[in-house]
Design a protein around this ligand. Sequence first.
Ligand code: GLC
Ligand code: CA
Length: 515
Amino acid sequence: MGPKWLKNAVFYEIYPQSFSDSNSDGIGDIEGIIRHLDYIKELGCNALWINPCFDSPFMDAGYDIRDYRKVAPRYGTNGDLIRLFNEAHFRGIKVLLDLVPGHTSDQHEWFLESCRSEPNEYSGRYVWTDHAFQGIAGHPYISGMKERAGSYMLNFFASQPALNYGWLDRTEDWMSAPDSPEALATREAMKDIMRFWLDAGCDGFRVDMADSLVKNDDADKHATAAIWADIRSMLDRDYPQAAMVSEWSNPYQALCLGGFHMDFYLDHHGNGYNTLLRDWETEGGDHSFFKKDSGGDILRFLNDYLPKYNISKDRGYISMFTCNHDTPRPAHTLTPAELKLAYAFILTMPGVPFIYYGDEIGMRFLDVKTKEGGYQRTGSRTPMQWDSGINHGFSDAPASELYLPVDLSDDAPTVGSQEKDPFSLLNETKRLIALRHSLPDLQADAPFSVIYAEKERYPFVYGRGSLIAAVNPSSASETIRDPAFAGKKVIYSIGECSVNGDELTVKGQSFAVLE
Ligand code: GLC
Ligand code: CA
């Protein structure tokens, strides 16, 4: 299953430009992260994922990389990043960087070379057609902008040309095979970048659009997965402690075929994850399971999750997250009381959980203007709220110079105020993470089983190894019977829960772990 440290890992995702600004230029930076490592350790997180911090024109907030081997000057230097690795390791915290293998910035040196009309080493590094008047059916492309007579394919925004890993189904002469010299050269270049940062001390990568490499791949993405399996064998051989988490959201493809250690369970349409905390767009109102009295149905989650879990559980981990830099914050629709129950669930499920910076205090999804290609995602990317000081302690710069505005509401949650309140979301999150660390049966590997899950009924009760967890997001108290409850006692609870013989009572808006 890969690196042992994942068994008990709880990740914290940091959006570097919005976490902490150490030099008062209004933009978060690496030194700012270093200064808050003790906070992260106290929260209980023992691993970080840092969004791209590399040199970039920032047309997509850094997912448009100009130089993979250079830290963006606005965040610091390569030396600062290495210092972050060391300071984190000193505290028992691992650090994953963000690997963007599918595309670069259109200002990357490779792309500038590939745009030249004279053939050169980089002519095959990106996906190009043979003629300026020939497009790429079914895919976004740009023609007529460069000296080279051809159209080039895009992987995301117009500033992000697609790197060439070849095509599985080849219908045109200009389409490379996945094992062509030019496609193999792209793959080797990406491995070199991985080795560069692993040798510098990073502990692995979150992989952006990991399923996007080979074009016209088959339904199970075998050709793309084969590239990752090849990269996994390099890691197993040379960096056995390095961990990889994919932005793929298909555990069979990512974990079983591709050899990723973890795969995010994303908020894709039709995913069970959506039905838990982000189901506000369904007809007839919000039916998220964790929204109190929303009529949420846990079966909608289980019907999607269980087959994914069962097929992949011996091969890798499904990663649930509170939110990420692309999704609305859960506090957009859930109250702190609802968030506690949602986090209790996320932190007691199998696999490896991720907390997005600020979700531990219930930071809100703000209505702000787009920044660096964020568009509607920008509301989840605002500065961390540390305290009641200027700019909530994020930065000393004048408010007008901040990367994004801070939450100006009077009751904006902050770390400082929540640390003082024993019942705050922050303190509940800390206790939940500590609970997970103290009980191996709540960690990544312990088996998951369903004990009570009925359509539109509460509570939801599940087994983890020899433990039982129960959650009731509705407002009404519920009592159910099962022989599995006999002899168990409540060892952790939010709200009120009790066991009486084979009867379990979970009061409204409550959660419990039984031993
Ligand atoms: C991923 C990232 C997102 C980015 C896109 C293109 O989805 O999470 O932020 O814009 O890929 O790289
Ligand atoms: Ca700064």
